[in-house]
Write a protein that binds this ligand. Structure first.
Ligand code: VGL
Ligand code: ZN
Length: 208
C-alpha cells in the first residue's frame, strides 16, 4: 500500500471504542489488534475523522429498553427496522470511551452519533432515520476532501453504513478491510461486503 496520501484524502475511523473491543459489551475479537496500525496510518492523513457511538442510558436501540425483547433481534421503529443490541456505549461509561491505545489526538474531528434516545445511528454521515445529518459531508467538502478511507468497527454495521453513505455523497471510497472488525449477525458481513462491492467501493488490505 502506498504511503502517499493526498490532501484530498480523509481517514474515517469508526467506533474504535471499548464496548466493541475485547472485554466490552460486544466483546469482538480482533478489536485491539487494529488500534496500532490505525494510529500509524492516521499520521499520514491531513484529515482524520473518528466517530464515537454515544448513547444515552435507556437508548431505543438497547434490547433492555423493550420489555421481553432480546438482543440481536429486530423491531420496527417509526423510521423502519432496527436491530436491538446489548446496552453499549452509554455516555459517561467506560464502554463508550475510545480504546485506550487509540491515538485520538490524531483526530481533527470527532463525531458522536446515536445521541438521541429514540434514534440510532450507524453511519458517520446520516442517522438511521436517513434524514438527520451529522454534518460530516459538509465538513469533508469544506476541507476539499474527495476520497474517503474507512476502517474500524463494525465492518457490517457502522463501517458499512458509513462507506455506503460516503459513496452516496459522491466520495471515492476505500474500505480498509484488514483494519475493520465485524459483528457478523446471520450473514450480515457477506451481505454488506456485497453491497459495498456493488456500490463500487475498493477493498484494500493495509498490511498487504
Ligand atoms: C454499532 C451496533 C450498534 C457499530 C453501533 O459501531 O457497528 N453496531 N451500535
Ligand atoms: Zn450503538
Amino acid at each position: 500500500m502506498t504511503n502517499e496520501f493526498k490532501s484530498t484524502d480523509a481517514l474515517i475511523v469508526v467506533d474504535v471504542q471499548n464496548d466493541f473491543c475485547e472485554g466490552g459489551a460486544f466483546d469482538l475479537q480482533g478489536g485491539a489488534a487494529i488500534v496500532k496500525p490505525i494510529n500509524a496510518l492516521a499520521r499520514k492523513f491531513q484529515t482524520v475523522v473518528m466517530t464515537q457511538d454515544f448513547h444515552p442510558a435507556g437508548h431505543s436501540s438497547f434490547a433492555s429498553s423493550h420489555p421481553g425483547a432480546e438482543a440481536f433481534t429486530q423491531i420496527e421503529m417509526s423510521y423502519g427496522p432496527q436491530t436491538l443490541w446489548p446496552d453499549h456505549c452509554v455516555q459517561g461509561s467506560w464502554g463508550a470511551e475510545f480504546h485506550p491505545d487509540l491515538d485520538t489526538q490524531a483526530a481533527h474531528l470527532i463525531i458522536r452519533k446515536g445521541c438521541q434516545t429514540g434514534l440510532d445511528s450507524y453511519s458517520a454521515f446520516v442517522e438511521n432515520d436517513r434524514r438527520t445529518k451529522t454534518g460530516l459531508d459538509g465538513y469533508l467538502r469544506s476541507r476539499g476532501v474527495t476520497r474517503c478511507f474507512v476502517c474500524g468497527i463494525a465492518t457490517d454495521f457502522c463501517v458499512a453504513w458509513s462507506v455506503l453513505d460516503a459513496v452516496d455523497h459522491g466520495f471515492e471510497t476505500v474500505l480498509l478491510r484488514d483494519l475493520s472488525v465485524e459483528i457478523d449477525l446471520e450473514g450480515s458481513l457477506q451481505v454488506q461486503l456485497d453491497a459495498m462491492s456493488e456500490a463500487g467501493v475498493r477493498f484494500l488490505n493495509h498490511q498487504a
